[in-house]
Design a protein around this ligand. Sequence first.
Ligand code: CA2
Length: 142
Amino acid sequence: MKRIAILNGPNLDRLGKRDPEIYGTSTLDDVASGLKAQFPNVEFEFFQSNHEGVLVDKISELAEGNCQGIVFNPGAYSHTSIALRDVISDSKISTIEVHISNIHARERFRHHSHTGAVSQGVIAGLGIKGYELAVKTLVDQE
Ligand code: CA2
């Protein structure tokens, strides 16, 4: 059975609670239950934090275990965090970055992702379907 971690960064705990025109109406719990239903043979770990160092520690911990893939929405840290970029790169775990919104169609400061640059791939602008497509990609690998 594949073990895949679904990590979400700052403010994504607010998903579905405001800004529905940008982020839709589904919550992170909806994302988790949808993935569990769609991929019954995957062992998921779901984790969200608003703190950069906590996310660094989590990826470090996953790198020491037997996690086969990470789906990561680092939120605003995508655009700022060299620390998260470094730990993703060091982890050697296949990581797919997901953005619910199309970061390229938004403010200029969202166009670059430090973390996306060291990820296997980046999905942006497809809403929460991006999480599902990322898991499918990891499941189909190997
Ligand atoms: O589009 C994405 O998934 C983002 O990672 C979301 C981040 C943003 O800083 C990135 O540029 C793109 C923001 C997460 C905030 O999420 C909220 C969702 C609903 C209500 C309030 C915040």
